[in-house]
Design a protein around this ligand. Structure first.
Ligand code: DC
Length: 228
C-alpha cells in the first residue's frame, strides 16, 4: 500500500460503502483504502464469482432450489490489497470472467437466493475479521457489519452511471448499459433478503457531480471525523 495517511488511527476501522450498480463504489472504496492504509473487500465480486461457477457447472440459475443446494460447494477466496484485489474460485483466477455479460445478467437473481447470501455472509465476516478494511456492496452497513464506524450510501444519476460504466468497459452502447444497471437495481432493491437500502446511520454521498478524488476526500474526512 502506498500513501497511508493515518494508519495508526485507522487500525480496526470498518468503512461500509453501499450503493447502486455503477455508482463508483469500487474505485471509491479502493481509493479510500489506499489513502488510509486499509484492506479492501469487494463483496459484489464474491456474488459474481458464485454466479460464474454456477454457470460453468451448468446449473440453471433460474432454479432457486438447485442454486440453493449448490451454494456451499465453490471455494471462493478474495485478496484484499486495494491496489491489486483478486478473486478466485476453486483456485482459478476469475477476475476478468466475472465482469462478462453472462454473469451481469444472472448475478442479481443468484444474489436473491437466501442460501447464497448466508454462505457469502460467513465469508465476508471472516474476511472483515478484526477490521482495518473498506467493504463495498449492497447490505454491508445494514446486515453484514451494522457496527461499521463509517457507513456511506453512494449514488449517482442513472445517466452518469451508465456513461461511466460504458467508458470503463470501452463500449459505446450507453442505453443498453443503463438498462442492465437499472434492471440489477430493481432486483437488488426488491429482494426479500438483505435488499439494497440506505443503512441506519449511513451518510448519503451523491457522486453525480463529483470527481472520484472529491468522493474519496469526502469519505476520508468522514473516517477522520469518526476517529477524532
Ligand atoms: O457491485 P457489483 O455490481 O459487482 O455487484 C454485483 C451483484 O451482486 C449486484 O447486482 C447484487 C449483488 N450483491 C449483493 O447482493 N450484495 C452485496 N453485498 C454485493 C453485491
Amino acid at each position: 500500500m502506498s500513501t497511508a495517511d493515518s494508519t495508526a488511527q485507522t487500525g480496526s476501522l470498518v468503512i461500509a460503502v453501499d450503493g447502486t450498480s455503477g455508482s463508483g463504489k469500487s474505485s471509491t472504496s479502493r481509493g479510500v483504502a489506499d489513502r488510509l492504509g486499509l484492506r479492501y473487500l469487494d463483496t459484489g465480486a464474491m456474488f459474481r464469482a458464485m454466479t460464474w461457477w454456477l454457470l460453468r457447472e451448468g446449473i440453471d440459475v433460474g432454479d432457486t432450489a438447485a442454486v440453493a443446494a449448490a451454494a456451499g460447494r465453490p471455494v471462493i477466496e478474495s485478496g484484499t490489497d486495494p491496489l491489486a484485489p483478486t478473486i478466485t474460485v476453486d483456485g482459478i483466477d476469475v477476475s476478468v470472467e466475472i465482469r462478462g455479460d453472462d454473469v451481469n445478467a444472472a448475478v442479481s437473481p443468484v444474489s436473491a437466493v437466501p442460501e447464497v447470501r448466508a454462505r457469502l455472509l460467513d465469508l465476508q465476516r471472516e474476511a472483515i475479521g478484526s477490521g482495518g478494511i473498506v467493504v463495498e456492496g449492497r447490505d454491508i452497513g445494514s446486515v453484514v457489519w451494522p457496527q461499521a464506524e463509517v457507513k456511506v450510501y453512494l449514488s449517482a444519476d442513472p445517466d452518469a452511471r451508465a456513461q461511466r460504466r460504458t467508458a470503463e468497459q470501452g463500449g459505446t452502447d450507453v442505453a443498453s448499459t443503463q438498462q442492465s444497471l437499472l434492471e440489477r437495481d430493481r432486483i437488488d432493491s426488491g429482494r426479500a433478503t438483505a435488499p439494497l437500502t440506505m443503512a441506519e446511520g449511513a451518510v448519503h454521498v451523491d457522486s453525480t457531480h463529483l470527481s472520484l478524488a472529491e468522493v474519496i476526500d469526502r469519505i476520508v474526512e468522514l473516517a477522520q471525523e469518526r476517529r477524532a
